[in-house]
Design a protein around this ligand. Sequence first.
Ligand SMILES: [Zn+2]
Length: 484
Amino acid sequence: MTQPTFRLTPRGVSTSGARLSAVIATTIASVALAPILVPAQTRFTLDRNKYTLEQDVKVGQEAAAEVSKELPLLNDARTEQWVEEVGRELVAAIPAEFSHPPFRYTFDVINQKEINAFALPGGPMFLNRGMIEAGMSEAEVAGVMGHEIAHVALRHGTAQATKGERFQLGALAGQVLGAVIGGTAGGIIAQGSQFGLGTYFMKFGREYERQADLLGAQILARAGYDPRQMANMFKTIESESGGSRQPEWMSSHPNPGNRYDAILREAAMLKVQGNADSGDFSGIKARLAGMSPALTAEQIAKGTASKPGNTSGGTTSGGTRPAVRVEPPSSQGRTYRPANFLTITVPANWQPSSASDNVVTYAPAGGMGENGFTHGVQVGVLQNGTGDLQRDTEQMIQGFARSNPRLQRQDGYRRETLGGRTGLTTVLSNVSDATGEAESVTVSTTQLRGNSVLFVIGVAPQREASTYTNTFRRVRQTLQISDR
Ligand SMILES: [Zn+2]
């Protein structure tokens, strides 16, 4: 008897090696932790967490290795050293009750233009060059770093995964799909971003954002930075957004409400301990200004996704963009084996990419943007379901809806055979974060062994839905499952 491993990879008959991109996210579950209000600085308690500290570290290290592989690190010793020094000051200022000995904080700079920063469970932090370039002072950049460190110290990643219980559902910058899966070795939290390149998300709920702001402010003050600079940095980030596009940082760290006032109120109760400013910031900024410009997420994505001789696609704008002309689905099929128990046939002009061990996306050229994929199919596995397919599917969709407020049901579930077994299909509508246009989302699921659920999600613009509805149906009909 063969054991299904439930690892999906883009390998298959195709030899075009889409690179893996790692994206981790966690549930967007709202949080019920009540703040303890005292007339002094805010106090925090760790939320319930079923993971060990060592698991935080393991998950974070694995994800960090993927990030380092997928994203271009700046590799400028002087800049790295400066970030490292600021980081060390902040880490040393984490209150004792939240300084977990196994955690290892590391700091890397990604040569990416978009304003973003993220930290992984157990300590690895990545700061986009664009974040440093946008900062007006060392303390402002330290403000973002302090906020990220607070998320790590409060173990928000794995705490959110704990709340997700069976499923951790995330979403990428509002795009529909982050399907996510707990329960693999080490309890890793994997997130299926179709396009993890440059868009790493650990999207937190409002309560965790509030906590990270306030504990971050405390860490800043203890380290010797004025915590009010964190509020300033958030204003800087917002002002940089321009147009309809929110910097990535803002979409993964949503404003919990009255963000600035709350930080300033906290700051008023804090005493800044000395002055940590290194005096190097202007030198670092000048150094960065003298380098060739940072890469955009799209350039980074193209660097790995484009193939020599392939001239299709070719959008250059970032962020929200009108949907680019995407080649219609080829009538020829190409078969892939994303896992040893699964084969799927997709239009031959679609390419696979994988954001985690459990999710593979197949999309045409131009069907992927930095904010998500607009055309194509994502297939993945949710582990440790309840055994009740409709309930598990519903829970998955609710997870999507938490981070996609405009996601709406179009109809109920209908039964549909998937891979020779009973399955469920339902159609939803959404507004694409990538294009701002209405899109149609078809979700199909069926049961795998061990209460796991196989899901297939098709996404296409509403105006092309009639074409893609048929394509998605054909793709689903090609599924072959052999897990038992
Ligand atoms: Zn945050």
